[in-house]
Design a protein around this ligand. Structure first.
Ligand code: F6P
Length: 319
């Protein structure tokens, strides 16, 4: 391996820059040239790339977003488009790619590897934490801290005004962000796609808590389950609280990465380069019990990450 490409693809996640820094510095130290493609797979198709040196990636670890920028490229689903990408990478002499992104991006990388013979290493980067075979993806911890901070602020004003807040969080089809942030702030209810919701008993519970003198209420809803407006329609006028809606939106994807994300990103970047040097291709670097593992990408993509039902139960007991 003499020359590698690196790209970030799909939704950005805090910590992606720390991965770029780690991969670049570890690779350069081994005498490997690193090319950063801009805007994910679009950068390959547009031949938009830059060579990254050890010093080019200085001062980026603490920055949110991704210096390589990112995009979703729907046309990459077409084999003829992947063929164009494969030809360009071969022409540039790229021996392998490091792809940082979510399931869609890893799928794109896998198809490119299978059809065009461009090996790759995947690094899970997505705030949703919906990628199988890794306990945590890059950006999840920072996102949770952002969400908890925002909800704590909502709790202050909720108490002052004796209101209920319905807070909608991201996560695509996964309830992970809602569940974990709800647990961390002691939400009254957490509505996630993995668990059916019973609005009647929820309204009853909130009503009786209000009567007992509770002065605030936070209901967290995962975007994959329902919109905050739908939840509010089910609950308002039945719970004794005035209701307000907050949709946290893309604030969840920004911000300087936490120490956890910086460390995980740095470790995964190093492991990705070691995997390349070992000739261990088409794997994703996953975190399992605080150890890093190289998992075949087919295995990763064929499984769906599930929610820990024990945590669902715990959140119910503690709320
Ligand atoms: O996958 C990350 C994510 O932030 C999801 O939680 C959300 O549904 C989606 O991306 C939003 O995508 P976009 O930035 O394209 O609106």
């Amino acid at each position: 391996i003499k020359k590698i490409g690196i790209l970030t693809s799909g939704g950005d996640a805090p910590g992606m820059n720390a991965v770029i820094r780690s991969v670049t510095r570890c690779a350069v130290t081994e005498g490997i040239e690193v090319y950063g493609f801009l805007r994910g797979f679009a950068g390959i198709l547009d031949k938009d790339y830059k060579k990254l040196s050890y010093s080019d990636v200085g001062g980026i670890m603490e920055r949110g977003g991704t210096i390589l920028r990112t995009s979703r490229v729907p046309e990459f689903k077409l084999p003829e488009v992947r063929k164009v990408a494969g030809d360009i990478l071969k022409e540039l002499g790229i021996d392998a790619l490091v792809i940082i992104g979510g399931e869609g991006s890893l799928t794109g990388g896998n198809l490119l590897a299978q059809e065009q013979g461009i090996p790759f290493i995947g690094i899970p980067g997505s705030i949703d934490n919906d990628i199988a075979h890794t306990d945590m993806s890059i950006g999840v911890d920072t996102c949770l801290n952002t969400v908890v901070d925002a909800m704590q602020k909502l709790k202050d004003t909720a108490s002052s005004h004796e209101r209920a807040f319905i807070v909608e969080v991201m996560g695509r089809t996964s309830g992970y962000i809602a569940l974990m942030s709800g647990l961390a702030i002691g939400a009254e209810a957490i509505i996630i796609p993995e668990v059916p919701v019973d609005y009647d008993s929820l309204a009853e519970k909130m009503w009786s808590e209000r009567k007992r003198g509770k002065i605030n209420s936070i209901v967290v809803v995962a975007e994959g389950s329902a919109s905050a407006y739908t939840v509010a329609r089910h609950l308002e006028n039945r719970i004794g609280f005035e209701t307000r809606i907050t949709i946290l939106g893309h604030i969840q994807r920004g911000g300087s990465p936490t120490a956890f994300d910086r460390i995980l990103a740095s470790r995964m970047g190093y492991e990705a380069v070691k995997s390349l040097l070992d000739g261990n291709f088409n794997v994703m670097i996953g975190l399992s019990r605080n150890d890093l593992a190289r998992i075949s990408i087919d295995q990763v993509l064929s499984e769906k990450k599930s929610i820990d039902m024990n945590i669902v139960k715990l959140a119910g007991i503690l709320s």
